[in-house]
Write a protein that binds this ligand. Structure first.
Ligand code: BEZ
Ligand code: FE
Length: 284
């Protein structure tokens, strides 16, 4: 009698675990978990995971969770450095050619930044090299988009976001929101962004070190561009020529997002980038 029971074996591990799922669960949950178990078991078999390695992984994930609080999300950072955040973003934001591409949001966006008139300087700490950011928001037919909301943020000249240095940097340093007029144009002043390391004082930083990887991101300005009836773009523009462009710690660089950075005069830079946003798919 007992030999008809499908007990767990090394050979049939995946089938046995997946067969334990209830029949009436959500089809999507069943599909996702079946695939997860399949790939997880195949991975353990592929590398012949040792007991010590399994215990290390459990401890690593435990420490990753313990590092998380309201201001630090070590699991998203882990997803970022493994390329998973960029992959999920790519799967979910396939766009026609010519439309501006997405990249990672990152952990330093703060909703509710002040809205400023075009041309305002968002650098409040007096550090860094001045840079004028200009361009236009258009639809895929080339028409300027009025009322597009442009939410921008970047690190200061020392390589830290304001939220990483409360009490040191002014609140809302290097952040702001701008809304386009009928010409779809935007312009604001900030600093020429500088490259910086992602937070690497936790388990993710230890993992990067063990893998012989550096924690640096190439210099960039973050943008969220949204307009009624259009798909929201979460992206950056990267500073052309940055030394980390080809080895971004979170794989966020796309060639279409590398913006020009030219000397506007002896004292300031100018970076120009146009955004092309597509119409939002009607909700089905
Ligand atoms: C950022 O660009 O702000 C960022 C993105 C991913 C991880 C850490 C920082
Ligand atoms: Fe950033």
């Amino acid at each position: 009698m007992t030999d008809t029971i499908d007990y767990f074996t090394e050979e049939r591990s995946e089938e046995v675990v997946n067969a334990s799922m209830g029949a009436d669960i959500s089809p999507r949950l069943a599909a996702v978990m079946t695939s997860l178990v399949k790939h997880l078991h195949a991975f353990a078999k592929d590398v012949e995971l040792s007991q010590e390695e399994w215990a290390y992984a459990i401890d690593f994930l435990t420490r990753t969770g313990q590092m998380c609080d309201a201001n630090r999300q070590e699991f998203i950072l882990l997803s970022d450095v493994l390329g998973l955040s960029m992959l999920v973003d790519a799967i979910n934001h396939r766009r026609p050619s010519g439309a501006t591409e997405n990249t990672v949001l990152g952990p330093f966006h703060v909703p509710g930044a002040p809205e400023y008139p075009m041309g305002t300087d968002i650098s409040l700490d007096g550090k860094g090299e001045s840079c004028l950011f200009t361009g236009q928001v258009r639809d895929s037919a080339g028409n300027p988009i009025e009322g597009a909301r442009i939410d921008v943020w970047c690190d200061n000249a020392d390589g830290y976001y304001d939220v990483q240095q409360p009490g040191i940097q002014p609140k809302w340093n290097n952040r702001g929101i701008f809304v386009t007029g009928a010409d779809g144009a935007y312009s604001f002043r900030g600093i020429r962004p500088v490259s910086y390391p992602i937070p690497d004082d936790g388990p993710v930083g230890q993992m990067l070190g063990a893998l012989g990887r550096h924690p640096n991101r190439p210099a960039h300005m973050h943008f969220i561009v949204s307009a009624p009836g259009h798909e929201t773009i979460v992206t950056h523009t990267f500073v052309d020529g940055d030394q980390w462009l080809s080895s971004d710690a979170v794989f966020g660089v796309k060639s279409s997002l590398v913006a020009t950075m030219e000397a506007a005069d002896d004292t300031a830079w100018r970076s120009t980038f146009d955004f092309v946003i597509t119409r939002a798919e009607p909700a089905s």
